[in-house]
Design a protein around this ligand. Structure first.
Ligand code: KET
Length: 400
């Protein structure tokens, strides 16, 4: 019956965990998946989330089906975070938002919407991008292309090439962008560069699809959504997928949102209906637990403030790890430039290690990063950073 079914090679990011768990080395370190671990190497439960959990648990409430779009408070939380509490675009009712199953669910629903209503459109992703961007759009039957983004030789963005390329795209082609903390490279555009990219998008009538999974981990909550708010100010139509996995440390609850900024409130209503219909056809309606937490934390002023502080503490710890790793590596491998470590933002660093070097780190030292050389800096802490730096220095030195 199943002889024709092909074997699944496994996911390059999520599959790495099994390898890590099976590794018996005492000093092993997992820097694969984009997850924030605290100073003790533990997955944190944020204090604001603990308070929300207590409210949910007492009293324990019934579990009806949620609306297809999720809780209204969850949707409002997404909107105000992305567009601003008093944003005019929200007052005008021009944003259609549904709660989704993580950022991945938002991408999937968005990709299905594009396929259905813009069947001619291709989707262009940065070269490189998060691998699942390509998989999700292709699996929704949207053809995927790549725009130039990262220059490995200089560890910087190939900005001129990127802009020239975007100018060649067709009307209504989709451009998938990372508003902050680019995955996997950590290299973001400056505000001036965003202005230029959005100008090209407007001129060529392209559709920006902004995927934001790390709001608060770059500069701050507001600066990290500069591109989104600028696009709204320019009157652009855009898609935004957001994830609360990282900034609420709610990975397993699968909470996110999909927002479509429309030219008019009437169009927003129609788009909203179609988004709910798409959700209905895939998973019907979202689960309630994570949605409740989002609703409580985002809409309670005190908890919201506490949350922002907790995100900034995670951000600052990652930045401290970048500095420390840079200084240890500079001392150990003086012929190589490690400046990129502190120029990159968010959880990831694109280390430029070869696949062979990444493999050696795994087999000889039990240090796990993605084969494209992406390291999750948020997995480093004072107890493992010297070990990781030493291991990196070893594989870099012997190859030099
Ligand atoms: N967008 C980006 C850019 C992203 O890095 C992730 C997750 C997601 C969306 C998905 O978010 P979620 O809410 O979990 O559905 N990235 C990490 C985890 C993964 O690969 O699934 C990662 O890159 O390690």
């Amino acid at each position: 019956m199943f002889e024709h079914v092909k074997e699944y090679a496994g996911d390059p990011i999520l599959g790495l965990k099994d390898k890590f768990v099976a590794d018996t080395k005492a000093d092993k370190v997992n820097l694969g998946v984009g997850v924030y671990y605290d100073e003790d190497g533990k997955l944190p439960v944020l204090e604001c989330v603990q308070t929300a959990e207590q409210r949910i648990a007492n009293p324990i409430s019934p579990r009806p089906y949620l609306p297809m779009a999720g809780f209204a408070g969850h949707r409002k939380g997404c909107q105000e975070l992305l567009f601003g509490k008093d944003a005019q675009v929200l007052q005008e009712g021009r944003v259609a938002t549904i709660a989704t199953i993580g950022g991945s669910g938002a991408l999937r629903v968005g990709a299905e919407f594009i396929h259905e209503w813009f069947p001619q459109s291709k989707c262009y992703v940065s070269d490189p991008t998060w691998g699942n961007h390509i998989a999700i759009f292709e699996h929704s039957d949207v053809e995927v292309g790549k725009y130039p983004y990262y220059d490995k030789a200089t560890n910087s963005v190939k900005f001129d090439e990127m802009v020239s390329f975007l100018q060649t795209l067709n009307k209504h082609d989709v451009v998938l962008l990372h508003p902050c903390c680019h995955n996997p490279t950590g290299m973001d555009l400056s505000k001036e560069q965003w202005d230029k990219v959005l100008e090209v998008i407007q001129k060529h009538e392209l559709i920006p699809f902004m995927d934001i999974a790390y709001q608060g981990f770059g500069e701050d909550m507001e600066s990290d959504v500069y591109a989104i708010r600028k696009a709204v100010d320019m009157g652009l139509t855009l898609f935004v997928s957001n994830s609360f996995s990282k900034n609420l440390s709610l990975y397993g609850e699968r909470v996110g949102g999909l927002s479509v900024v429309c030219p008019t409130a009437k169009e927003a209503d129609i788009v909203f209906g179609q988004l709910t219909f798409t959700a209905r056809r895939i998973y019907s309606s979202p689960p309630s637990h994570g949605g409740r937490i989002v609703d409580i934390v985002m809409n309670d002023e005190k908890l919201h403030e506490q949350w922002v502080g907790e995100v900034y503490a995670m951000r600052d710890r990652i930045k401290a790890m970048r500095l420390k790793l840079k200084s240890v590596l500079e001392a150990k491998v003086p012929n190589r430039d490690f400046d990129y470590l502190t120029r990159q933002n968010g959880m990831f660093s694109f280390t430029g290690l070869t696949p062979e070097q990444v493999e050696r780190l795994q087999t000889e030292f039990g240090v796990y990063m993605i084969s494209n050389s992406r390291m999750c800096v948020a997995g480093l802490n004072v107890n493992n950073i010297d070990y990781v730096a030493n291991a990196m220095a070893e594989v870099l030195k012997e190859d030099a």
